[in-house]
Design a binder for this molecule. Structure first.
Ligand code: G3P
Ligand code: CA
Length: 308
């Protein structure tokens, strides 16, 4: 097999970002299942918690963007106005109430034909689906939960790390060899998850220091306990498409690099086409790519492999 520029020399992995979210409402069982069929190596659920401590796959702390709650008269009085915005907060709802909601398409440019058809899945349902999909496909499919906004839940007296540990333990998915990888922007919480669960952990990076010595110090510190970093893709190239050296710097510390988010339908500046951006990412040696359209990335990866 040709050698890739990834940390282990193997092809980059394709992460289905919020499921196959380019084709289905994000974080739905149908979207995760489609991603597995399209060849994604990894399924990404963002995790939030209900008032009674159950983990759900959802991106936001508020519910109006990706669920039909604004049409539910039974919940109308439960909306709150925060900073002038009226919405429904996940921490105000029990799991049984969240089970009654249905997902909707949050991106205006994507199709709405699936609105109202799919439940808002509990994390346990995502784990069960991934196990079934892996058996059907005859290959390992990893799950990559992101602990969203842990500070919000801790302030409510909930503990996302403990809840994650309990869920993984009940599914036999704890430990360094588990196909469940954990990600979080809050590195203190992520490190606590590492100590508690032992699973591979990846530090999300909203920004990276421009100063190279500061960047190196950040990477060295993370390499002491994390398996990789997950920066926004805008940190990989400058406006002219010249790489910033971040991937090679992280690899030098033994850290994988997973970047987000690759989308067919959003302009991928500085690249003219999504396909060109994917090719540049493979050439750079990204270890994994978060993708809304997994089939596009899987096809681009196959074409890139042919070119090696
Ligand atoms: O978790 C990686 C990436 O998904 C972070 O962005 O906002 O899509 O969760 P977001
Ligand atoms: Ca995420």
């Amino acid at each position: 097999m040709p050698h890739w520029n990834t940390l282990n020399g193997l092809p980059s992995r394709i992460i289905a970002h919020r499921g196959a979210s380019g084709y289905r409402p994000e974080h739905t069982l149908d979207g995760y299942a489609l991603a597995a069929v399209q060849g994604a190596d990894v399924l990404e659920p963002d995790l939030v918690m209900s008032r009674d401590g159950v983990l759900f796959a959802r991106h936001d702390l508020v519910l109006s963007r990706s669920t039909d709650i604004s049409t539910r008269t039974e919940f109308a009085a439960r909306a709150r106005v925060t900073a002038g915005v009226r919405d429904w907060w996940i921490g105000d709802f029990d799991a049984a109430e969240l089970d009654t909601l249905r997902a909707i398409q949050p991106f205006p440019e994507r199709g709405r034909q699936y609105d109202g058809r799919f439940v808002v899945p509990r994390f346990s349902m995502v784990l069960d689906l991934a196990k079934k999909a892996a058996a059907e496909q005859g290959r390992e499919i990893a799950i990559y939960p992101e602990l969203k906004d842990p500070g919000y839940f801790l302030a409510l007296g909930l503990d996302p790390v403990a809840a994650l540990h309990a869920e993984l333990e009940s599914h036999g998915l704890l430990g360094p060899a588990s196909p469940v990888w954990i990600q979080c922007f809050d590195h203190a919480v992520l490190r606590a998850a590492k100590q508690c669960c032992g699973n591979p952990c990846f530090a999300l990076l909203e920004t990276v220091p421009a100063d190279l010595r500061e960047r190196d110090a950040l990477l060295r510190g993370l390499a002491a306990w994390a398996q990789g970093v997950a920066p926004g893709k805008y940190q990989l190239w400058d406006n002219a498409g010249k790489h910033t050296g971040l991937v090679a710097a992280a690899h030098a510390h033994g850290l994988q690099v997973h970047a987000w988010t690759f989308r067919d339908d959003h302009p991928p500046a500085p690249f003219a086409l999504a396909r060109a951006e994917l090719e540049a990412a493979f050439a750079l040696g990204l270890d994994a790519l978060f993708c809304d359209f997994p089939d596009t990335a899987v096809a681009a990866r196959a074409a890139f492999a042919e070119s090696l």
